[in-house]
Design a protein around this ligand. Sequence first.
Ligand code: XMP
Length: 329
Amino acid sequence: MGVLVRPESMERITTRALAEAYIAEQIADIKNQVGDRKVLLALSGGVDSSVVAALLIKAIGQNLICVHVNHGLLRKGEPEQVIEVFRNQMNANLIYVDAADRFLDKLAGVADPETKRHIIGEEFIDVFAEEARKLDGVDFLAQGTIWPDILESEAGIKAHHNAGGLPEDIASRFELVEPVRILFKDEVREVGRALGLPDSMVDRQPFPGPGLGVRCPGAITRDRLEAVRESDAIVREEFAKNGLAGKVWQYFTVVPDFKSTGVKNGQRTFDWPCIIRAINTTDVMEVTVEHLPAELMDHLVQRIIAEVPGINRVLYDFTPKPPATVEYE
Ligand code: XMP
């Protein structure tokens, strides 16, 4: 399975029936590969790892051990949704690790974007490796590698996260299970829907590995991070209410590390601005800006100012890519 390539003749999975056929085939392959042995999976709650989890639960049930690491930089409600969907609804064997304090302590005072990314990546591997070392008799590691990951690593664009960059003592213990390896993203979503995952999980907008950390530019503080998380939740809720959730590629907020003066209830305030960004793209190399209806824009300003502590100004980012990247770090 590890060397499987997508056959050129493979039909694109665009219907429920094709997705169901793929699922049946994968379940048989997984049972064949794994037998009654155990599989470990880092379950972020993103589309790829969620679909891999759902497939493996169908194939091997409790012999799949999912580890969900909350690094404290997830969006509002995400860890709760992972627990609800996988532990409560699908009866998965799920280990939930609340590592938020550990990550935020390591990140305290670190302002350089690349250093922040590096710390988050390293810490994630450390936490996952610690959990893996506690487990006996696990022979397989499942990964949500998808076909574009393989193509990009072959083209030298990005390193394929083979065995997730795990230390050798852990990586060498495992054989890989990659049941969505030959699928494109839209096919992974189709398979996820056929597996019964909720739309909010299957149609999720892209979310960077370092999470809200890159939307809290400079040194992350807990209060500013909360302002990012709360304002993001408001934007997501309003996009969903206004029928934009499935239409706009990516939408989120950023709370930069500077303050400006304002006035509230006759008192001077000195608080952060909140920047809203909403973009469309097909390949994320070139990005255009979504122009929101004026009433929605006004409503977002009112809600964010009223509901998010520490914000006294709301701005909209009208910059395409290039010249600006999607994320701020
Ligand atoms: P940029 O900021 O490079 O973002 O224009 C392009 C797309 O990639 C996402 N992104 C990431 N995704 N890990 C990820 O998995 C990351 O570190 C990361 N950085 C950016 C970004 O959200 C956008 O969709």
